[in-house]
Design a protein around this ligand. Structure first.
Ligand code: AMP
Length: 287
């Protein structure tokens, strides 16, 4: 079957109704486009687990806290459609902003607590914009399963909590982070890095791995682990740390002591590009 591309919600709903009538289960992969192998992993898993896969490509204006980030976000739609077609996706939903927001949005989803720290602290309104658009997409597509990357672990936690709190009939599937050979997590924003910036970018993952090693070998003081990871990043004057935090994996709250599984998460700026990454860590006592 060849790929169908729709930009109207009504057309999408009609096609989905027919698919559902034929008994197909539906998978949703929400993206902002500029697709890479990380998105590819989500799509592949969706294709394995559901009969009919919808990839949404929408650069959601209400989740951007900086105008320049929104305007310079890459939008290579033709290549993205080829990418989806090659992977057997049934449908791409690529609406204009006016289709998703025909009037000023007055209703927003706020997930308290989970969205408070990490990116939530530094990107005001970001997770409210994410939760709101994901709720809209879930209502439009009514998927059986929706797929998200662990690279954005706080986003997954926010969405899981929204789904529980609002009793949404969808299963959230989290997919492991896809990385370059040198450890850098794939991201649509990596293409903004200059050659020199790209060379230092793997330091982010190296710092997280260093933290994971310390935790695995028994370190239970978050301050000490963070100091070691930061020291690695501080070796690179091009890297500016926005945050480096150790949180519990469900509530995303900083921990006072490492006694169970934790996520070490960081955001750094390299030049004018902001990169985030995280790793799930098991303390020595639980291994
Ligand atoms: P984005 O287009 O950046 O909004 O990402 C769309 C989805 O792809 C989100 O659920 C991301 O977490 C996921 N994603 C982005 N990069 C990666 C990656 N390197 N590995 C796995 N999933 C990813």
């Amino acid at each position: 079957m060849s790929l169908r591309v729709v930009s109207a919600i009504s057309e999408l709903r009609e096609a989905l109704m027919a698919a559902r009538r034929s008994g197909a289960s539906i998978g949703l992969v929400p993206t902002m486009g500029a697709l890479h192998a990380g998105h590819g992993r989500l799509i592949e898993q969706a294709c394995q687990e559901t009969d009919w896969v919808v990839v949404s490509i929408f650069v959601n204006p209400i989740q951007f806290d900086r105008e320049d980030d929104y305007t310079r976000y890459p939008r290579p739609l033709t290549g993205d459609l080829e990418f989806c077609e090659a992977r057997g996706v049934e449908m791409v939903f690529a609406p204009e902003a006016g289709e998703m927001y025909p009037e000023p949005q007055r209703t927003f989803v706020e997930v308290r607590g989970v969205a408070e720290h990490l990116c939530g602290r530094f990107r005001p309104g970001h997770f409210q914009g994410v939760a709101t658009v994901v709720l809209k997409l879930v209502n439009i597509v009514q998927p059986d399963r929706a797929y998200f990357g662990e690279k954005d672990a706080q986003q997954v936690a926010v969405i899981r909590r929204m789904v529980r709190d609002l009793n949404l009939p969808v299963r959230i599937v989290a997919v492991p982070t896809v990385r370059e050979a040198d450890g850098l997590a794939l991201s649509s924003r990596n293409q903004h890095l200059s050659a020199e910036e790209r060379r230092v970018a793997p330091a982010l993952y190296q710092a997280l791995q260093l933290a994971a090693q310390r935790i695995a070998s028994g370190a239970d003081d978050p301050a000490e682990v963070k100091r070691a990871a930061r020291a690695l990043l501080d070796q690179h004057p091009e890297v500016r740390v926005e945050y480096l935090e150790i949180v519990d994996p469900d509530e995303m709250q900083p921990v006072a002591q490492i006694t169970g599984p934790v996520r070490v998460a960081a955001a750094v700026w390299i030049g004018s590009t902001r990169l985030i990454d995280n790793v799930l860590c098991q303390p020595a006592s639980l291994r």
